[in-house]
Design a protein around this ligand. Sequence first.
Ligand code: G
Ligand code: G
Ligand code: MN
Ligand code: NA
Length: 249
Amino acid sequence: ENLAHALRRAIDTESLHVLYQPQTTIDGRTVLSVEALLRWTDPDMGAISPSVFVPIAEETGLINDLGLYVLRQACTDARAWPHLGLAVNVSPTQFRHPRFIDDLRETLEQAGFDPARLEIEVTETVFATSSPEVMETLTRVQEMGVRVALDDFGVGYSSLSYLRRFPFDTLKIDRSFIADLEIGAHAHSILSTIIDLGEALGMKVVAEGIETAHQVAILQRTNCDKLQGFFMSRPVPPEQIRGVEDRLA
Ligand code: G
Ligand code: G
Ligand code: MN
Ligand code: NA
């Protein structure tokens, strides 16, 4: 309740900010795109994680304004890196909102942003209700020239059935599969099999949560397309992106 009010105020006063985490080639040296990650620091409560306030925004109907705020901010910031793609998280409720397609189109037009640079990331909970509307929205997003990534792939109940039914452009393998590389005996086989599955279905595959040079070395021997994780770069403010590119190269 209090948190919802504070969040409403933060949206209205534009006091939320967006960090960007690079997604690189599999040698970890060339930045190809960035993922926008929302941050909220309340003057009284301090830093509040999106894993806390996004669910609140979903419950209180603030999610559409919040989602548009991020999209607008990210499209504006990303003008400074015309050579990079931009990934933006879209919550399930926002994706299913009847206005989502119109809002997305208007935001891109107003920002003068090339839809081909944008990829939205959705989690599989969106597809749990296999309504015709969800497929319709997915199709219309793609017709606009915007790509769609399935985020946190592999941790849900029926990940494989969603892959079969929905034509995602990109598969983002959940970071737990990367973390498992250090411990699980079969982790390597599971990971490379997921990557090959994505490739076979014509999708780009992104491995997230890369934290060590050892993990980079393993991923380099697979068909994975992009890496993302703290080892290359933590999420950074927009003015630091150029510096990260220079450091990695
Ligand atoms: O960046 P961090 O690891 O704190 O993010 C925690 C969770 O919040 C992740 O699941 C991430 O996808 C989500 N998240 C971060 N930024 C956004 C955003 O702008 N919109 C939505 N819907 N989720 C976000
Ligand atoms: O659910 P989603 O993939 O959108 O979540 C992105 C979140 O993952 C961000 O909040 C980001 O801070 C976090 N993240 C990014 N890279 C790493 C990493 O290498 N390790 C861990 N533990 N978290 C990461
Ligand atoms: Mn994401
Ligand atoms: Na993820």
